[in-house]
Design a binder for this molecule. Structure first.
Ligand SMILES: Nc1nc2c(ncn2[C@@H]2O[C@@H]3COP(=O)(O)O[C@H]4[C@@H](O)[C@H](n5cnc6c(=O)[nH]c(N)nc65)O[C@@H]4COP(=O)(O)O[C@H]3[C@H]2O)c(=O)[nH]1
Length: 723
C-alpha cells in the first residue's frame, strides 16, 4: 500500500521531483556534516576547558600541599586568590586530609545556586563534605557543563600521600559561547552551502529534465498535429540521447506505417467507390451522388435525368474476342460516355457492361432525350482496340425525376426497364421510361413464375422442322424446337421464354426435357419402322457454363436408348467461343460418341473463321438473316458464298437456315450448299406431321414445282400449307 506522501511525490512534476531529490540529499549531507562538525568542535572545546581546569587544579594542588600539611590557611588562600580573579572560576574549595573544608573561595559575582559545595558551612563534618564532593564528582562533566558549570576534583599529594583535595568549580560560559559560535558558523555554512546547492541543483535538474521535457513537448506536438515526419534533435549522448534516438526511430517507423496505412486507406476508398477497371464511380458512389442530387433537385425544383446504358451483345464480344478485349472496350466506352455529360453530372459503371449516368437540371424530357440520342450516337464510330476495330452498339433507357419516380431505387429501376424496352425495340436505340413499361416488367416477373411451374407441370411440346438435302431432296434430320403451352396465353414461341429460362437458371432443366423428349421421339419413329431420322437439339450457351454437359447428354441417351449418331447438338457461335478449352473438349468427346455437332446462327457472332477448324464441328448453319437478305444485298450474298466455300474447305456440312423462296434455294444450290431448312420446306410442326416427310419423296421437287406453277404469294401459302 502506498503512503499518501509517496503518492504526492510520485505525482510531482519531474523538475520538482529532481529538485526534491537533490535538495534532500544536499540537506541531509549538510546536516550530518554540520552535526559532525559541531559535535567535534564541542568535544574539543570541552576537552580544552577540562584540561584548563585540571591544570589549574594541579597547580593549586602543587602550591598548596605543604601549606595544607602545615595547616597554613593563609598560604593556601594566597595560592587560590589569584585564580578567583579569572572570570570563569566560580569557586575553589580546599579540603584537608580529613576531608573537611580547609579553605574556600567564591567568585565575586552573584552566588551560583547550583554549586553543590556553596552552602556547606565551614564546620561541616567530613562526611557531609565527602558526600557533597562525591555528588559533584559523580556528575558527569558533560551534564555539569550543560547545566552551566563544570567541576574538577583533584587530590593534593605530597610525596605520593594525599594530604587534601582541591575542588574547582567553573562556569561553562566560555564553552557555551564558543559552542554557540561553532553552531552559528555551522548554520551559516549550511545556509550558504544550501543556497549554492539550490542554484546548483536548479541547474542540474534543468540539465536532466530539459531534454526529457523537450521530448515530452515534441511528443505532444506530434500527437496533436499527427505530424510523424517531425524529428527531435538529440541533445546529448547519454541514455537520454539514446531515448531521443529511440523516439526518432519510432517516429520513422510510425511515419512509414502511417504512409502505408494512408495509401491502403486511399486504395480502399478507391475500391469502395470506384470501379477498378474504368475508374468511374461504382454503384455505391453513384447511389450516394444521385441521392444528393435528388435532395438538391427537390429543394430547387429541378428535374434530374437518370440514364441506364447497356452494351448490346457485349457477352459475345467477351466470349469470342476474350475478356482482355472486353475490358479494353469497357475502358474506351467509359471514356466516350464522359464526353457527353457536363462536369456536374456523374457517369458510373454498375458492373459488367452496365453504365449509368445522371444529369442534373434537365429542363425538359426533350433535353433528356437529346442526351440519350447523343449517347446512342457515340457508338456509331467503331472502337479501335490495338490493331482491331470493334463495332458495338448500346441500348439506352432514360427516366426523369420527379416525373417518373422520386427515390434512387425507383429511378434506377425505371431506367433499367426503359433500357430493356430499348433492347426489345431492336437495340442501338434509346427509350424514355413510360409507366406502361412497368406493366411489361411485372408481366416478365409473372411469366418467370409461370415458367417455373411450367417446368414442374411439363407444359411444353416439341415441334420439329425438317432439314432437306439439296441434292437428293430428302429429309436428313429434324430440328426440335420447343413451345410452351401456356395455360392463359396459349402457345408461346421460344423467343418468349428461352431467355427468361436462361436468366432464371432453368435452362438446363428445360434442355434436358427437350433432349429426352426428342430422343424418345426419334426412338418412337424408329420403332414405327420409319427410316432412322436424326434429331437436332439446341444447347443454350448457359448450359455450357455447367460442367456436366456430357454427363447430361449421356444420361439422356442411356435413358432413351437412342443411337448417338441419331442425335445432333446445335450450339451457337457464342457458346462455342465461351470457354474455349472446355467446350472443345466436351464437343470432341460428344463427337467421338458419334453425336453430330452443328454451329447454329453462324455468321452473327464474332468467331474468327480461321480457328473454326480447331473445334470438332460437323455442320455450319448459316444464319437466316443472311439467307433472307442475300437476294437483295450483294454483301450478304458474298458472306454466304464465303461461308460455304470455307466450310467446304474445312470439310464441314453446310445448312442454310430460313430458306423461304425458290430463288434462295436455287442460289444456295448453285453455290454448293448441302442442306436447307426453312418455311419453303416446312414450318416447325408436331411429331406426327413431320413424320410425313420421312418418305422417299423429293420434297424440293414438290415445293419447287408448286412454287413455279402458282403465283408467288399463293405458292407460298400452299408451300406453308404443307405444315
Ligand atoms: N423467318 C423464318 N424463320 C424460320 C424459317 N425456318 C425456320 N425458322 C425459325 O427459325 C428458328 C430456327 O431455330 P434456331 O435458329 O435454332 O433458333 C431457335 C433456337 O435458338 C431457340 N430454341 C428453340 N427451341 C429451343 C430449345 O429447345 N432450346 C434452346 N436452347 N433454344 C431453343 O429459339 C429460336 C427460335 O425458335 P423458333 O421460334 O422455333 O424459330 C425457329 C424457326 O421457326 C424461315 O424460313 N423463315
Amino acid at each position: 500500500m502506498r503512503r499518501p506522501g509517496e503518492k504526492f511525490i510520485r505525482n510531482l512534476p519531474l523538475q520538482r521531483k529532481l529538485m526534491l531529490i537533490i535538495m534532500s540529499c544536499c540537506t541531509a549531507t549538510l546536516f550530518v556534516s554540520s552535526l559532525f562538525y559541531v559535535t567535534r568542535e564541542a568535544k574539543v572545546l570541552y576537552r580544552d576547558q577540562q584540561e584548563y581546569l585540571v591544570s589549574l587544579a594541579d597547580m593549586i594542588a602543587k602550591n598548596s600541599a605543604s601549606a595544607l600539611v602545615f595547616n597554613d590557611l593563609k598560604s593556601v588562600q594566597d595560592t587560590i586568590r589569584p585564580l578567583t580573579a579569572k572570570s570563569n572560576i566560580l569557586a575553589i574549595y580546599i579540603l584537608n586530609q580529613e576531608g573537611r573544608l580547609f579553605a574556600r573561595y567564591h567568585a565575586a559575582e552573584a552566588e551560583h545556586a547550583a554549586l553543590p559545595l556553596e552552602y556547606l558551612p565551614d564546620w561541616a563534618s567530613a562526611d557531609d563534605v565527602a558526600r557533597a564532593v562525591q555528588q559533584v564528582t559523580g556528575e558527569a562533566y558533560t551534564s555539569s557543563f550543560l547545566s552551566g558549570y563544570a567541576t574538577v576534583v583533584q587530590p593534593i599529594r605530597l610525596e605520593r600521600e594525599q594530604v587534601g583535595t582541591v575542588v574547582i568549580q567553573a562556569n561553562a560560559k566560555g564553552f557555551l559561547h564558543s559552542l554557540r559560535w561553532t553552531i552559528l558558523v555551522a548554520l551559516g555554512f549550511m545556509a550558504v552551502t544550501f543556497l549554492v546547492f539550490c542554484l546548483f541543483s536548479a541547474r542540474l535538474q534543468l540539465m536532466i529534465s530539459a531534454p526529457l521535457l523537450g521530448l515530452l513537448a515534441a511528443m505532444k506536438e506530434i500527437s496533436a498535429g499527427k505530424n510523424f515526419a517531425l524529428r527531435v534533435a538529440k541533445p546529448c549522448d547519454d541514455e537520454i540521447g539514446m531515448l531521443y534516438d529511440g523516439f526518432n526511430d519510432m517516429l520513422h517507423e510510425i511515419e512509414e506505417r502511417d504512409q502505408i496505412l494512408r495509401q491502403r486507406q486511399a486504395h480502399l476508398q478507391q475500391l469502395a467507390h470506384y470501379d477498378p477497371l474504368t475508374r468511374l464511380p461504382n454503384r455505391t458512389l453513384f447511389y450516394d451522388r444521385l441521392g444528393q442530387a435528388l435532395f438538391h433537385a427537390e429543394r430547387s425544383h429541378e428535374a434530374v435525368a437518370v440514364i441506364f446504358i447497356d452494351l448490346d451483345h457485349f457477352k459475345d464480344i467477351n466470349d469470342t474476342l476474350g475478356h482482355r478485349t472486353g475490358d479494353l472496350l469497357l475502358i474506351e466506352v467509359a471514356g466516350r460516355l464522359g464526353t457527353v455529360v457536363r462536369s456536374c453530372d456523374t457517369v458510373a459503371r454498375l458492373g459488367g457492361d452496365e453504365f449509368t449516368i445522371f444529369c442534373q437540371n434537365v429542363a425538359t424530357p426533350e433535353n433528356a432525350a437529346l442526351v440519350a440520342q447523343k449517347l446512342v450516337t457515340l457508338f456509331a464510330t467503331p472502337f479501335r482496340l490495338g490493331a482491331s476495330e470493334i463495332r458495338v452498339t448500346a441500348s439506352v433507357g432514360v427516366t426523369l425525376y420527379p416525373h417518373d419516380g422520386k427515390s434512387v431505387d425507383e429511378l434506377l429501376m425505371n431506367a433499367d426497364i426503359a433500357m430493356y424496352h430499348a433492347k426489345g425495340c431492336g437495340k442501338n436505340v434509346y427509350s424514355l421510361f413510360d409507366k406502361k413499361m412497368n406493366e411489361h416488367a411485372s408481366e416478365r416477373v409473372t411469366l418467370l413464375a409461370d415458367l417455373r411451374q411450367a417446368i414442374e407441370h411439363g407444359e411444353f411440346v416439341l415441334h420439329y422442322q425438317p432439314k432437306v438435302d439439296l441434292l437428293t431432296g430428302k429429309v436428313t434430320s429434324v430440328e426440335a424446337l420447343v413451345r410452351w403451352m401456356h395455360p392463359r396465353l396459349g402457345m408461346l414461341a421460344p423467343d418468349k421464354f428461352i431467355r427468361l429460362a436462361e436468366e432464371g437458371g432453368m435452362i438446363a432443366e428445360l434442355t434436358e426435357w427437350v433432349m429426352r423428349t426428342a430422343c424418345l421421339q426419334a426412338r418412337a419413329w424408329q420403332e414405327a419402322n420409319l427410316a432412322p431420322v436424326r434429331v437436332a437439339v439446341n444447347l443454350s450457351p448457359f448450359h455450357f457454363q455447367r460442367q456436366d454437359v456430357k454427363q447430361s447428354v449421356c444420361a439422356v441417351l442411356g435413358a432413351t436408348g437412342l443411337d448417338p449418331t441419331l442425335l445432333e447438338i446445335e450450339i451457337t457461335e457464342s457458346a462455342l467461343m465461351q470457354n474455349d478449352e472446355y467446350t472443345c473438349r466436351v464437343l470432341s468427346e460428344l463427337r467421338d460418341m458419334g453425336i453430330i455437332i452443328s454451329v447454329d446462327d453462324f455468321g452473327t457472332g464474332y468467331s474468327s473463321l480461321s480457328y473454326l477448324h480447331r473445334f470438332p464441328i460437323n455442320t455450319l448453319k448459316i444464319d437466316r438473316t443472311f439467307i433472307l437478305n442475300m437476294m437483295k444485298s450483294s454483301e450478304d450474298q458474298a458472306i454466304v458464298t464465303a461461308i460455304i466455300a470455307m466450310a467446304k474447305s474445312l470439310k464441314m456440312q453446310i445448312v442454310a437456315e430460313g430458306v423461304e423462296s425458290v430463288d434462295q434455294l436455287e442460289t444456295l444450290k448453285d453455290q454448293g450448299c448441302h442442306e436447307i431448312q426453312g418455311f419453303l420446306v416446312s414450318r416447325p410442326v408436331n411429331a406426327e406431321r413431320v413424320a410425313r416427310f420421312f418418305t422417299d419423296e423429293d420434297h424440293l421437287q414438290l415445293h419447287t414445282a408448286a412454287a413455279e406453277t402458282l403465283e408467288g404469294g399463293v405458292a407460298r401459302q400452299l408451300v406453308r400449307g404443307a405444315e
